[in-house]
Design a protein around this ligand. Sequence first.
Ligand code: C5P
Length: 218
Amino acid sequence: PEIPIIAIDGPSASGKGTVAQLVAQELGYYYLDSGALYRLLALAAVGRGVPFDDEEGLARLAEGLTIRFEGGEVWLDGEQVGDAIRTEECGNGASRIAAYPRVRAALLDLQRAFLQAPGLVADGRDMGSVVFPGAMLKIFLTASAEVRADRRYKQLMGKGMHANIKQILHDIRQRDERDSARSVAPLQKCADASLLDTSSMTIVEAVDEVLAWFQQVC
Ligand code: C5P
């Protein structure tokens, strides 16, 4: 039988990661944070001195990466990464390198390898459109830019990181623009995805809505 997949796509800081993790926990499914892979690649590129405009070099780097997710922690080439990939700098770097077709292709198999029984919840930008087009349930989870900036600000402050709300809103708008305008796997709601606008929803409400939709299709 087919292994169920819930694909949750949406813009940065929409809360899709938190919602996806909680849905996976609730169902006892595996969880793929695909953005973490792009962030890891950006971090590795900085560490190895590969410039963000070197598509060739970035793709080769992506093909050679040894990435493990274990107990909610990310390991890159045998070293625990921790919150180093959660900085805005890393997010912006990820968004730049994610525009390259060769980089995306290099990360495809790695993402699909997360699909295991009893099921998978995957979040990102192109889970429903490119990586798992056959997903049982596809959701486009979003919120207004202001609400997302506020959520990202609180998340960074909670981690004791430096944050400036105006700068975050500016970065979010710029990232939306870049992620939506690129020619490969642009950020957009696919025709068969359900729209979930969480601007005035709590996390619990959003999780319950996803679970209710899932009950309807499985
Ligand atoms: O989701 P997150 O903010 O961690 O992703 C960081 C960046 O990685 C995004 O801005 C986007 O450009 C890129 N990304 C992508 N495709 C995915 C996940 C993330 O292009 N499936």
